[in-house]
Design a binder for this molecule. Structure first.
Ligand code: UDX
Length: 441
């Protein structure tokens, strides 16, 4: 089938490449000509395992091409996926829908003249509940043969390709059977592979995404709130999480305590959901999400406090090494990165901070030009008074604590992600601290 993907950021680039991979003819469209040029030569504008290879293959076989023209999109296909961003409004916390509106409004006039009998516009962006129905009226007025459906995206950065080709579910909110049937046809290879399909109305589809991300954020903040209780009782949050996770009704995933969540989705989505619920007069129904947000942000200041204790109460003239800048491992994304928020807070309190990250240094430097960066761990840790482990890249678990002890000034470590082996580090002479855990050594 022929389809277009409008917006080639994280979601769009992956969706376009994966749709071509399962056999469709795809046109990716973006207003950013530089990005389009990079994608055309198989270079994704971000780090995502497996994506570059997939892009090269799809472009070479001719199944995937790119353009900056919405007019070309309208004549290329009768199905258009909208994958543009919905950033957080700087003051209200609500979702900024200007890119979604610009994409739909920009495409609509061309659809009118495209000659296709039935046109389907499919939103994948995360939007406030009610957006699809509101935009559908406008789209229909401009292009009467066009219909709007919503098909939220659940991919995680770092495993986006796998999440798109083997999703845990496909959710489609549509107002007609034909629209749902077309999406079933597009996703047939995934459905044949056993992916569950949930067909519903657009409002429910929009809510599935917001509710899912809110639930995940709540689960993380729940265990981090327990870490705070552990700190005043001497209990161990890691054992607590392990024991809770054994209950199959709770499950172990998203119950990893530590520095909390960041990235481009969870923080923004819970704030946008709160703003939308208030608009709908149901603010009290999701009031707990404000606490989820507060608990999450508090873990950053608690980590700074832990580091301050380890350097004797003041950061002035102290050397601090930071391991990790990305908001999570296997990503170069630093948007709302808890690691960089901590690194910068420590710098602002007078410390010399050197940050290492295997993939995210360029993005981190652009976002936080006042921080210093090191290209290897030993350089970051040279003469450090404390090392902060803030993003759990697998290679940090392989570090040799004996060798690193010889590089630092004081072998002191805050393991804010709880993935280092306390026995190995403590027996190499390190003082190890973590939120919600009794003194480890
Ligand atoms: C998330 C959702 O998982 C995905 O379904 C949605 O489409 C987009 O938002 P992503 O932002 O890529 O995906 O990251 P995710 O893997 O969910 O992690 C989010 C944050 O939570 C990271 O900062 C991670 O470090 C943190 N986290 C995750 C924890 O602190 N503890 C956990 O137990 C799990």
């Amino acid at each position: 089938m022929r389809l277009t993907v409008i917006g080639t950021g994280y979601v769009g680039a992956v969706h376009a490449a994966c749709m071509a991979d399962i056999g469709h003819e795809v046109l990716g469209v973006d207003i950013d000509a530089e990005r389009i040029a990079a994608l055309t030569s198989g270079r994704p504008p971000f780090y995502e395992p497996g994506l570059s290879e997939m892009l090269v293959k799809a472009v070479t076989t001719g199944r995937l091409s790119f353009s900056t023209s919405l007019a070309e999109a309208a004549s290329f296909a009768d199905t258009h996926f909208i994958c543009v961003g919905t950033p957080q409004h700087p003051t209200t916390g609500a979702a900024d829908l200007s890119h979604v509106e610009a994409a739909v409004n920009g495409l609509a006039p061309y659809l009118h003249d495209s000659g296709y009998e039935r046109i389907l516009v499919v939103g994948k962006s995360t939007v406030p509940v009610g957006t699809a129905d509101r935009l559908a009226g406008r789209l229909h007025a401009a292009a009467p043969r066009a219909e709007l459906a919503w098909n939220p995206e659940f991919l995680r950065e770092g495993c986006a390709v796998q999440d798109t080709l083997r999703p845990e579910r496909l959710v489609v909110g549509a107002r007609s059977e034909q629209a749902e049937a077309r999406l079933r046809e597009i996703y047939a290879p995934l459905l044949d592979g056993g992916t569950p399909f949930i067909g519903t109305d657009p409002a429910t589809a929009e809510l599935v995404k917001l509710a899912s991300n809110s639930f995940l954020a709540t689960k993380i903040s729940f265990i981090n709130a327990m870490a705070e209780i552990c700190d005043v009782t001497g209990a161990d949050v890691l054992t607590l999480a392990e024991a809770m996770g054994q209950d199959s009704r709770i499950g172990p995933r998203f119950l990893a305590p530590g520095l909390g969540f960041g990235g481009s989705c969870l923080p923004k989505d819970i704030r946008a959901f709160t703003a939308r619920a208030e608009e709908l007069g149901r603010g009290e129904s999701v009031a707990f999400l404000r606490q989820v947000d507060e608990i999450n942000t508090r873990q950053r200041s608690r980590t700074v406090d832990l580091a301050r204790q380890l350097v004797g109460g003041s950061f002035a003239d102290r050397n601090i090494a930071v391991l990790g800048a990305a908001f999570k491992p296997r990503s170069d994304d630093v948007r709302d990165s808890p690691a960089l928020a901590v690194a910068d807070a420590v710098r602002r309190r007078g410390a010399q901070v050197r940050v290492h990250d295997p993939e995210a240094v360029d993005n981190a430097r652009a976002a936080y030009p006042a921080l210093q960066f090191a290209l290897d761990v030993a350089k970051a840790c040279e003469q450090a008074d404390v090392v902060l482990h803030l993003t759990e890249w697998p290679q940090y678990q392989e570090l040799d604590p004996v060798a690193l002890a010889a590089v630092v000034r004081t072998p002191a470590m805050v393991d804010a992600r709880n993935t280092l082996d306390p026995a190995a580090w403590c027996s190499a002479g390190w003082t190890l601290r973590a939120l919600g855990r009794p003194r480890l050594g």
